[in-house]
Design a protein around this ligand. Structure first.
Ligand code: SAH
Ligand code: SF4
Ligand code: F3S
Length: 476
């Protein structure tokens, strides 16, 4: 067994950061006693659930520092953007929003502006911010998240700019404060980083190598969540099926899932993301055997053509992927399946794209998340030549949606008239008189009902369906 690197932040370092949180709290509290209002902090998150989960830790630290968390950046004294680097448009949005803050800072000189996350883990980006966005006070990468208290303190003490982008993979810290926003559902990161190096993807460069959290720490966190009334947990990692491989004690992701199932009070367990090459029979059996594990699987296929899959460095074929899907469907006939697709990967031809459509038709996913390929500097695919023009890529993308929308609607149609158990998360985004929750398969259901159901399970009869959601009537 190889010796395990120390990937957990030392207790002394955690204690040091917590002491700084307390110092900032004292400063903010003094301000509150003097002015009668609390300093406000605004956190905006871009990107995947892992970033959402990191932002919940940022919000936890800020709240413990005595900041009031605000939904409005206009009234905030501290604004922080937790960024994503996965596609160019995610990055452009951040640059645009940071640019707009320049005016706010001109009017409000005491405003502190921070930017962190995956984009900042790229040296060139951090340098651009340093050179061109001089109104930004604090810049740090994903590996520095747990040092946020000391970084912010430096900014507050010296009124100077602080940039912290480190090369070494970030250690995992336990016991940091967390402010969660998912109603009865909680995100729990179980591992960080990715070792897969798909040729188009920036994530391994900005998140570092795979590091798994200690199983006892994960289980302890989930037990606490259950005690606090949470009913659902989603275990997060870029490739959860690799959980534990770096720990070398033989305890794997299926073992972790089985142990989470034993926690009273947690009634639904989800996880993402699984890499098709790593999803094991043991995991499929564990899912099938445990009623608490939702029969829902996000299994990104990316493309359907074997040449393209090889150049993408995905390490499976269309046939082996479809075989896995068949096995999964056989064990769990009602499973909800979702996937990610990239359209217009360099070199992909129209004929090759037909194989992606073929996968869609064969698997019949409930939903897909599709993206037009975006060139990421530093990845192998960035130097590969395109075959299709932008217009042709857009045509392929539209066809993909057309094929999938029909399948999504048909799959939802099959649920009409069924009574489904829905965990009510809150009110609908578009109408606050309507409740919104999710089925076991993760489908959104909107229905009229009393707000006493928020955070609870309700039996809902599906009375109408849309491509992206279901409409129902509560059975009381
Ligand atoms: N670890 C997960 C998620 C990675 S990022 C996984 O392996 O599935 C989420 C999705 O973004 C990917 O699945 C992929 O479909 C998409 N993506 C990643 N890099 C991209 C790029 N350069 N251009 C377009 N889409 C990309
Ligand atoms: Fe990116 Fe591939 Fe890792 Fe997913 S598995 S994060 S797509 S490199
Ligand atoms: Fe984006 Fe970072 Fe997630 S690049 S997709 S926020 S891991």
């Amino acid at each position: 067994m190889s010796e395990r690197k120390n990937v957990t932040l030392s207790a002394e370092e955690v204690a040091k950061q917590k002491a700084i949180i307390e110092q900032i709290y004292q400063i903010n509290d003094a301000y509150y006693r003097q002015c009668g209002i609390r300093k406000k902090a605004f956190v905006e998150t871009y990107g995947c659930q892992q970033n959402v989960s990191d932002s919940e830790i940022l919000a936890g630290m800020l709240s413990s520092m005595g900041y009031e968390l605000s939904d409005s950046k206009d009234e905030a004294d501290f604004v922080i953007y937790n960024t994503c680097a996965v596609r160019e448009n995610a990055e452009l949005k951040v640059y645009g929003n940071l640019g707009a803050l320049k005016h706010k800072k001109a009017k409000q000189p005491g405003l502190v502006i921070g930017v962190c996350g995956c984009m900042m883990q790229q040296k060139e980006v951090a340098d651009t911010i340093r050179r061109k966005y001089k109104h930004v006070d604090l810049v740090f990468g994903t590996h520095s998240l747990y040092y946020f208290p000391s970084l912010l303190k430096q900014v507050l003490d010296d009124s100077s700019r602080v940039v912290d982008v480190r090369d070494t993979d970030g250690a995992i810290a336990e016991d940091y404060p967390v402010v969660r926003t998912g109603g009865p559902c909680a995100w729990v990161s179980v591992m960080y980083g990715c070792n897969n190096f798909c040729s188009y993807c920036i994530v391994p460069y900005v998140r570092g190598r795979e590091r798994s959290r200690d199983k006892d720490a994960v289980l302890a966190e989930i037990r606490l969540l259950a005690k606090d009334g949470y009913k659902e947990v989603t275990l997060l990692g870029q490739n959860v099926n690799s959980y534990g491989k770096d720990r070398g004690d033989g305890y794997d992701f299926a073992d972790l899932l089985s142990d989470v199932c034993k926690i009273d009070g947690i009634e639904r367990i989800r996880f993402m993301t699984s890499h098709p090459k790593d999803i094991s029979d043991k995991l499929i059996d564990t899912m099938a055997e445990n009623p608490k594990i939702c029969k829902q699987l996000h299994l990104p296929v990316q493309a359907g053509n074997n040449r393209v899959l090889k150049v993408m460095n995905r390490r499976y074929t269309k046939e082996s992927y479809l075989e896995k899907i068949e096995k999964i469907k056989k064990k769990m006939p009602d499973i909800t399946l979702t996937t990610d697709i990239i359209v217009g990967f360099p070199g992909e031809t129209k004929d090759e794209f037909e194989d992606t459509l073929d996968v869609l038709r064969k698997v019949r996913y409930d939903t897909i998340f599709s993206f037009i390929y975006s060139k990421r500097a530093g990845t192998p695919a960035a130097t590969m030549e395109d075959v299709l023009t932008s217009e042709e890529k857009k045509e392929c993308f539209d066809r993909l949606l057309e094929v999938q929308d029909e399948i999504s609607l048909e799959k939802n149609e099959a649920l009409r008239g069924k009574v489904m158990k829905v965990l009510v998360e809150g009110t609908s985004k578009t109408d606050e008189n309507v409740l919104s929750g999710r089925t076991e398969g993760g489908k959104i259901v909107n229905f009229e009902g009393n707000s006493k159901y928020i955070g609870e399970f309700a039996d809902v009869e599906i009375t109408d369906v849309r491509t992206w959601s279901l409409i129902g009537k509560i059975i009381e």
